[in-house]
Design a protein around this ligand. Structure first.
Ligand code: NA7
Length: 553
């Protein structure tokens, strides 16, 4: 394929590309690279001033990789990239991940095709030209056969609608859009709402500097030691020398990280043996509990309880005041909310300058200009930190709200559930592809690798259309329904749907409540590859029209 990229910027006419990518985070950056390698003309739009997406926005104190980390939380498409980038820590700080992405952008000369500080305000499917028309807040009109939505699974902030919150006159920050300038907590009384990953990472850092921290907790959480350690030169040499083997393991592992599959049930061991293993994994920290531990923590109530009890004991051992420890005691199935990695979170509650408010017994009533008022009293504060998370997985697609056939907005199509097929496509929205959208493994998989694998599928699909002289691809209603059943069916074997979480949409009032991610990443990639091999089973196509824009020559 060759591209016939034509632009006419600045004169009010429409720019034409083969593909438009929305978002210049981890997924959008790879989408751009991959499509360019295919010889296509591509334009990427992003609201930020530079690459990085989630890693560009989440600059709050304590922000780190909080999953299985470096050197395997990275792109895998380039061996040279692997060879030249020296990760320093397993749980890299936000700035270190951003440095890596900055390097990737330089190394592959990505920025020349990215337009920053540009929000896509409208994306509309045009029947006549079988293409997508895009308008931005900077006045750009662009058109492309394909629209790739790399809009982020954790990018649309959840700002709680609490009476008076907008009247508060102190400083107020959401962890997901933290200022680029340093924020000082010195001498300040700070309230933090939210005790998910962002709250748990930032609270210890804030408490070290602030005069006083009031933690407003709605749901107590399980948290595991972060287990950060240096990535040594031996680790890097091993990863580089054995890269092909590691990559193959990542491809076959259910989470996309190079771990062997676990087969042992927690119930195969005696309580003493279990405890010994849990102690060992606690010592190692990070995600080893879930990757190197027992196979049935997410599927068996009894196995789950054994780990949950172990962590509850750890909280009790750590927090000196029994009343505070009680309030911190989680009562859901462990890991059925997003597992959290912490750096001294529970120890923070032993500090004199930290107060925990359990919102279940002492709910927030309203804010004033200078305080937060809960049922039991008023707390004067200088700063409010909203660690209240995101309208996750589906929220950024809905914020974009593309208009499909006959101008139908996605918001209408997704009113009752996030209809999709293969987690990649949506009926009524031809030639639109999502990366990490609902129905895909998304946040349950190594996200850079997942972006690469989904994008490769999308690339093949685009080539297929070209080869067959097809103008559009979109899923049938039946295939969407079958896919929904498959996603639900897999989730129903686990404990995940039984807990309120952002995975189930329960954190956003009015959001359809169900578990929308495809569990079992490696199976997913096999499934989507099989569908493609079977002639793109479950999809329907239109022939390319003569008048359709077809710049893929
Ligand atoms: P999360 O995990 O969604 O956490 C948000 C927290 O905010 C959580 O404790 C919520 O309680 C709480 N929350 C949300 N809305 C409210 C209101 N209205 N009142 C009180 N408390 C509220 O988001 P994070 O940013 O921490 O983590 C997302 C990350 O997961 C991501 O960045 C990765 O690091 C992994 P709830 O539990 O819903 O009761």
């Amino acid at each position: 394929m060759t591209s016939t990229h034509q632009t006419s910027q600045g004169n009010g006419s429409t720019e034409t590309y083969d593909a438009i990518v929305i978002g210049a985070g981890v997924s959008g950056m790879y989408a751009l690279h991959h499509l360019r390698e295919m010889g296509l003309s591509v334009r990427v739009y992003d609201g930020a001033t530079d690459v990085g997406g989630t890693w560009w926005y989440n600059r709050y104190p304590g922000a780190r990789v909080d999953g299985p980390g470096s050197p395997f939380y990275c792109y895998t498409f380039s061996k040279e990239l692997m060879n030249e980038w020296n990760w320093k820590e397993t749980q890299s700080e936000q700035s270190a991940v951003l440095d890596y992405l900055d390097h990737v952008a330089d190394r592959f000369d990505l920025r020349r095709d990215i337009q920053f500080e540009t929000w896509v305000e409208e994306a509309r499917y045009e029947e006549n030209s079988q293409s997508w028309a895009v308008k931005t807040n900077t006045g750009v009109s662009a058109s492309a056969r394909f629209l790739i939505c790399a809009v982020g699974a954790l990018s649309t902030a959840n700002r709680p609608d609490i009476p008076g919150i907008n009247d508060f006159q102190g400083e107020c920050y959401h962890t997901g859009s933290w200022p680029h300038e340093p924020v000082s907590f010195k001498g300040k009384r700070v309230a933090v709402i939210g005790t998910g990953s962002s709250g748990v990472q930032s609270i210890p850092e804030i408490a070290r500097e602030a005069d006083h921290v009031t933690v407003l907790q709605r749901t107590p959480q399980f948290a595991f030691p972060c287990g950060n350690r240096p990535v040594t030169s031996d680790d890097l040499a091993d990863a580089r020398e054995n890269w092909d083997g590691f990559r193959a393991k990542m491809y076959s592992n259910v989470t996309g990280f190079p771990f062997d599959a676990r087969e042992r049930s927690a119930l195969d061991d005696t309580p003493e043996e279990r405890r010994a293993l849990y102690e060992k994994l606690w010592e190692r920290g990070s995600f080893h509990f879930f990757l190197d531990g027992y196979s049935d923590i997410a599927t068996s109530e009894e196995a789950n309880n054994s780990l949950a009890d172990f962590v509850r004991d750890k909280i009790r051992e750590t927090v000196k005041d029994p009343n505070t420890a009680d309030k911190l005691m989680p009562d859901h199935f462990v890991i059925t909310k997003r597992p959290i990695l912490d750096n001294g979170y529970f120890e923070t509650f032993n500090r004199e300058n930290v107060t925990l408010i359990d919102l279940r017994e002492d709910p927030i009533q309203h804010f004033t200009t200078k305080s937060v008022v809960t049922q039991n009293g008023e707390h004067d504060i200088d700063m409010l930190v909203l660690a209240t998370g995101y309208d996750a997985i589906s929220g950024s697609m809905l914020r974009l709200n593309p208009k499909g056939r006959e101008g139908v907005p996605l918001k209408d199509r997704w009113q009752d559930r996030f209809h999709n097929y293969l987690g990649l496509t949506i009926g009524g929205f031809p030639n639109l592809f999502m990366i990490h959208g609902p129905g895909s493994p998304g946040v349950f998989y190594n996200m850079p690798l997942g972006a690469e694998r989904q994008m490769e599928w999308i690339g093949h699909c685009m080539s297929h259309l070209k080869e067959q002289n097809l103008g559009t691809i979109e899923p049938t209603a039946d295939s969407e329904e079958a896919w929904a059943n498959e996603v639900n069916g897999i989730a129903s074997f686990t404990l995940f749907p039984r807990t309120d979480s952002w995975w189930t949409g329960a954190n956003i009032p009015g959001k359809p409540r169900y578990f929308s991610a495809y569990l079992g990443g490696s199976i997913y990639y096999q499934r989507i590859s099989d569908m493609a091999k079977n002639g793109y089973e479950g999809f329907e196509f239109e022939p390319a029209r003569d008048n359709a824009e077809d710049s893929i020559a």
